[in-house]
Design a protein around this ligand. Structure first.
Ligand SMILES: [Ca+2]
Length: 529
């Protein structure tokens, strides 16, 4: 349906509103601003403990999306979906984190450059992983790098790359009539954080936080951790504000499509790297006076990251068939931009994951597929005997270290039945089902509850049919291919077996104290929730 819809939308909706705006060029420049690990916490979403005036301005003067999701909540696969317009299960190796990106899948950054656009980026484009062409040369997935300008960061954990100054440097060389596209890829609010920086440097208070998700303990340390995350979000937003000011100064603002989002949700247990509301729901706002009608609207329909590539090619006036990109399952947001009542409004999104990190036997992932509707979320876990956060004896490597993670692990060592640990790190059943109305934090699994079985079965049926239609190897009995694709960091291939044999191995994202001294009981049943 989505594929059909893009053909219709790209063919039929390019005129009308664009004609009304004939005074400005109808092909805008593009500023694509993507934070790293930011959940929808912003003023425009009603969050009081994160100040995001730049994001809020884009929302107020453009569109803010209340139901935007990445199909896969980890850096590399999420960015692969964004760039290609395909779900991660349609991307072979690129379904995995730290992979070898298949040469057969091209992204819109490369297409724009081929079509004569000036394309650049700062800090983090697609990755982490390896993307090379047939000659072994690094692919320019998001154009040329602009990282020369540096500044003293607010904390040692924040990038010293001065993103906004590098955008100015990019604009300085983007002369003439060539349209340009700049990818602002911050590495905030990715961990690590300077503990207490949100309070000490951001002027925040523990009491500012109005809600701690029910899967974590609610205490001062967890709240401090959340405020440190908030402080890093604000760093991202500060640079966005400077970029907007630079565009205004150059009289370029109104003919620039600005898209602001994040690759996936916050880097906390049961969030980033999982398949849940906390993991896959992302902030999204867009501003483009030349192409967006009735600004200030809130968009309630479901948007997936696979819709971004068709949207960008559409506004760039590049027909998909001329891009040599593999077919997309997404659809252009042109109908949303023009506020068309006859547009195809999506009632759900599909999500899923494979190997989002190392730390299980045989480099196995934690394969999951899911569907999210306005009612709730249904998940199918294909290997429920595996550990969702990674094996305990190798530090739960599928969850970035941090105060909240360490606290939950310590609590579980003292109290083996600890609920937070069970929810964040314990084994999960083969099916999970949560209803938003009664359980917004999604911690009460209703998969075996008869009362809701009809809704769950309908959602499962829709999900399985679409995945089958999209050629998902998990639907064809070939899901093992994802575990067999090689990890692109040779030093970490076979991590679990090498570590267990006594090899001294380190990762940059988990503390030695996160490793359990012994494997936990392997015979226990999947956690009942
Ligand atoms: Ca990320």
């Amino acid at each position: 349906m989505r594929w059909l819809a893009i053909l219709i939308l790209t063919g039929c909706t390019l005129k009308t509103f664009a004609e009304e705006k004939a005074q400005t060029p109808d092909r805008p420049n593009i500023l694509f601003a993507i934070a790293d690990d930011w959940s929808p916490h912003a003023g425009a979403y009603g969050t009081k403990w994160v100040k995001t005036p730049a994001f809020d301005r884009i929302a107020r003067e453009g569109l803010v999306f209340d139901r935007a999701y990445t199909p896969n909540a980890k850096c590399a696969p999420s960015r692969a979906c964004l760039l290609t317009g395909r779900n991660s299960w349609q991307l072979k190796e690129a379904a995995n984190h730290i992979c070898y990106f298949p040469s057969e899948f091209k992204g819109w950054g490369e297409v724009l450059a081929e079509k004569g656009w000036n394309v650049g980026y700062t800090q983090k484009g697609w990755g982490p992983g390896s993307a090379t062409d047939a000659d072994g040369k690094a692919r320019l997935m998001t154009g040329q790098a602009f990282n020369q300008k540096r500044a003293t960061p607010p904390t040692p954990e924040i990038s010293e790359i001065d993103y906004a100054a590098n955008f100015t440097a990019f604009l300085d060389q983007a002369k003439g009539d060539k349209p340009w596209c700049f990818w602002y890829g911050a590495i905030e609010p990715h961990r690590g954080y300077e503990f207490g920086s949100g309070i000490a440097k951001g002027g925040k208070k523990i009491s500012d936080i109005d809600h701690v998700p029910a899967c974590w303990p609610d205490n001062a340390d967890v709240r401090t951790d959340m405020l440190d995350y908030a402080y890093e979000v604000e760093h991202f937003d500060n640079h966005l504000a400077r970029m907007i000011a630079e565009l205004e100064k150059r009289n370029l603002l109104d003919n620039t499509l600005i898209i602001v989002t994040s690759d996936h949700g916050m880097p906390f247990p049961r969030a980033k790297g999982n398949a849940y509301e906390l993991a896959n729901h992302v902030p999204l706002a867009m501003r483009w006076p030349g192409g967006i009608k009735d600004s200030g609207r809130r968009i309630d329909e479901f948007i997936s990251f696979i819709d971004i590539a068709p949207t960008i090619l559409d506004v760039a006036k590049i027909p998909w068939k001329d891009s040599s990109m593999a077919p997309t399952s997404g659809q252009s947001l042109r109908g949303v931009f023009e506020n068309r009542s006859d547009r195809n409004m999506c009632e759900h999104v599909l999500i899923g994951k494979e190997r989002t990190d190392i730390g299980r036997p045989n480099d196995g992932g934690y394969p999951t597929r899911g569907i999210i509707t306005k009612q709730g979320i249904y998940l199918k876990n294909f290997e429920p005997t595996r550990w969702p956060g990674g094996n305990p004896e190798t530090g739960y490597l599928d969850c970035d270290t941090g105060k909240t993670k360490s606290l939950i692990l310590q609590k579980h060592r003292n109290y083996p039945n600890d609920r937070s640990w069970q929810l964040c790190f314990g084994r999960r059943p083969a099916e999970e089902f949560y209803l938003f109305a009664s359980d917004p934090d999604c911690i009460k699994n209703l998969a075996t509850n008869e009362e809701h079985s009809t809704v769950m079965k309908t959602m499962r049926g829709t999900m399985l049919a679409e995945l089958t239609q999209q050629g998902d190897p998990r639907m064809l009995g070939k899901g093992h291919v994802f575990d067999e694709y090689q990890h692109a960091n040779k030093g970490h291939v076979g991590f679990y077996e090498r570590f267990m044999k006594g090899e001294k191995l380190q990762t940059g994202w988990v503390l030695p104290s996160d490793y359990e001294k012994e494997p936990l009981d392997q015979t226990v049943e999947p956690t009942k929730q």
